[in-house]
Write a protein that binds this ligand. Structure first.
Ligand SMILES: C=CC1=C(C)c2cc3[nH]c(cc4nc(cc5[nH]c(cc1n2)c(C)c5CCC(=O)O)C(CCC(=O)O)=C4C)c(C)c3C=C
Ligand SMILES: [Fe+2]
Length: 430
C-alpha cells in the first residue's frame, strides 16, 4: 500500500478514491481518518495514465474488455457457484458486480464508501494507493447456470442456452479435478499488478456472499500470448515464445469470423450476439522431464526454434510455416506430430482462436516437482468448431502431450459488453 505524508504529518492514502466512513462523527468514534481510512473520491493528483501502471481500460463497449485488450501480465481467474435459485438475487448480483467492476477498472475502490463504522468496509483495502494497472474484468456464464447437472432450470433460462454451451467432453488423457473445473459463473481479472487482479476477485467474491461462492480460482503470473501486434511475444514455462501466430486485435475481419458470436446464428441465444465463448484448461507441464530433453527434441516437439520462435522450415519468428519443405533424408523440417503442425489452421479446417493464457506455479508436489504449467484460456466463436476438434486431434497426434496433463477445465459463454447504466448479462436476464 502506498501512502504519503505531507508537512502537517497527515497521512493520506492514494487510490484515487479512498475509503470513507459515513457521518461527521466518524473521525470521533475511532480516529479512522488518522488511521488511514480517510475520505474523498477525487482523482489522485499523481495518477499517470501515460505510464503502463496508470493505464485504465474502459469497462463499457460493444464487447467486454479483457478479450482483445492487450494481454496484461497477471491473472486471477475465479469460477463461482450460484447458491440461490432466486432469479432476482442473481440479477441483483450481476448489477452489483457491474457497478463494482466499473469502479475498480478506473482504479477506484469497489464501493462508493459511506458505510457505517460498525459495518464491514465496502472495499477490502489492499489496492488503496495502487493505480488501475490496466485492470480488466470479464464475466462469463457456465452451462449449469442454465440447467443444473440434475436437470433443474433454476432461473428460467434453460431454453436460452446456446447449443454449444455444454460441459466439455472428456478428452483422452484428461485427469481433471472437479475442484478445479466448471462453475456457474466465471470472472477473469487481468492486470499488470497481481495485487490489483486479486483485489478485484476478492471484492467480487465479497459482494457475492449469500448469492454465489467461489468454486475454484487460479492465479497466473506471466502472459503466454500476445493479443496485439504492438506487444512482444512472451515465453511459456517450456521456454518457448508463445503467441506468435495468435489471433490479434488488429485483425478485424478474422475476429468477426473466429471470435465474436454473430447476431442471428441462434435465435434462442441471440442475447450472446457480440459475445464469445471462453475455454479454460489448467494444463500441468512436466517441467523436470522437459528440462532433461535435448534442445533438438524440444524444438521438434514444438516445431519452432527455441531462441527466436521461428518455424523450423526457416525465416524469422513471423515467417509462414511451410509444412512440405523437406530437409536431410527427405523428412519435413516441421514434424507432422509437432505442436504447431497439429494446431495450425491449415490442419484444422482453417479455424483460429484467440489465446490468452498464463503461466502458473502452484508450489511443488510431495515428490519435489513443480506444480506448474499453463492456464490455457482461449476465446472462440463456437467451441464445437473452434476448440473441441483441435483438442481431440492434439490428444492423438501432438507429441507435446507426452509432457502435459490437463487437470482443470471449464467452458463459459461470455456475454457482450455493457452500455453505461446497464449490467452484465442484461441481454439474457432483463
Ligand atoms: C487446443 C488448443 C491448444 C492447446 C491446449 C495448446 C496448449 C499449449 N500450447 C503450448 C505452446 C505453444 N503453442 C503454440 C501455438 C499454438 N497453439 C495452439 C493451440 C493450443 N495450444 C494454436 C492454435 C497455436 C497456433 C498454431 C499456428 O497457427 O501456427 C506455440 C507456437 C507459437 C505461437 O504461435 O503461439 C507454442 C510454443 C503449450 C506449452 C501448451 C500447453 C501447455
Ligand atoms: Fe499451443
Amino acid at each position: 500500500m502506498r501512502s504519503t505524508q505531507d508537512g502537517s504529518g497527515r497521512r493520506g492514502l492514494t487510490r484515487r478514491g479512498l475509503l470513507s466512513v459515513a457521518g461527521a462523527g466518524a473521525a470521533l468514534v475511532g480516529g479512522s481518518a488518522a488511521a488511514g481510512y480517510a475520505v474523498g473520491h477525487e482523482p489522485e493528483p499523481g495518477a499517470r495514465p501515460d505510464q503502463p501502471a496508470g493505464r485504465a481500460y474502459p469497462f463499457h463497449g460493444p464487447h467486454q474488455a479483457g478479450i482483445v485488450t492487450p494481454a496484461q501480465d497477471r491473472l486471477h481467474f475465479a469460477a463461482f457457484d450460484v447458491t440461490t435459485d432466486d432469479r432476482r438475487k442473481l440479477v441483483r448480483l450481476l448489477e452489483r458486480w457491474t457497478r463494482a467492476a466499473e469502479r475498480m477498472v478506473r482504479g477506484e475502490p469497489a464501493g462508493t464508501g459511506g458505510t457505517s463504522y460498525d459495518a464491514p468496509p465496502d472495499d477490502t483495502g489492499e489496492a488503496i494507493g495502487l493505480p488501475p494497472a490496466g485492470l480488466t474484468i470479464t464475466f462469463g456464464f457456465g452451462p449449469t447456470l442454465f440447467r443444473t447437472d440434475d436437470g433443474i432450470d433454476r432461473f428460467g433460462l434453460a431454453d436460452r442456452k446456446p447449443a454449444s454451451l455444454a460441459r466439455l467432453p472428456h478428452f483422452s488423457g484428461d485427469m481433471l479435478e472437479p475442484a478445479r473445473s466448471d462453475g456457474d459463473l466465471c470472472v477473469q481479472a487481468c492486470a499488470d499488478d497481481p495485487q490489483v487482479a486479486v483485489h478485484a476477485v476478492r471484492n467480487l467474491a465479497r459482494i457475492a456472499f449469500g448469492t454465489a461462492s467461489v468454486r475454484w480460482s487460479q492465479l497466473g503470473f506471466g502472459r503466454t500470448s500476445s493479443t496485439s501486434t504492438a506487444q512482444d511475444t512472451p515465453r511459456n514455462l517450456f521456454g518457448f515464445k508463445d503467441g506468435t501466430a495468435n489471433l490479434k486485435a488488429e485483425e478485424a475481419a478474422e475476429l468477426d469470423s473466429h471470435l465474436w458470436v454473430p447476431a442471428g446464428r441462434e435465435t434462442a441465444a441471440d442475447w450472446l450476439a457480440g459475445g464469445t465463448f471462453l475455454v479454460a484448461r489448467r494444463i500441468n507441464m512436466h517441467i523436470e522431464t522437459w528440462d532433461r530433453a535435448p534442445l533438438r527434441e524440444q524444438e521438434l516437439l514444438i516445431g519452432r526454434s527455441k531462441a527466436e520462435g521461428a518455424p523450423l522450415s526457416g525465416g524469422g519468428e513471423f515467417a509462414t510455416a511451410d509444412f512440405t519443405l523437406a530437409g536431410r533424408g527427405g523428412k519435413p523440417l516441421i514434424d507432422s506430430g509437432s505442436h504447431v503442425s497439429v494446431a495450425h489452421p491449415d490442419h484444422n479446417g482453417g479455424v483460429r482462436m484467440l489465446r490468452r493464457g498464463y503461466n502458473f506455479v502452484d508450489g511443488s508436489t510431495g515428490l519435489g516437482r513443480l506444480d506448474a504449467g499453463l492456464f490455457f484460456l482461449a476465446f472462440v466463436t463456437d467451441p464445437a468448431t473452434h476448440y473441441i476438434p483441435m483438442q481431440t486431434r492434439m490428444q492423438s497426434q501432438d507429441r507435446l502431450v507426452e509432457y502435459l496433463r490437463h487437470t482443470g477445465s471449464g467452458l463459459w459463454a461470455i456475454p457482450p459488453g455493457v452500455a453505461p447504466g446497464g449490467f452484465i448479462g442484461e441481454t439474457l436476464l432483463s
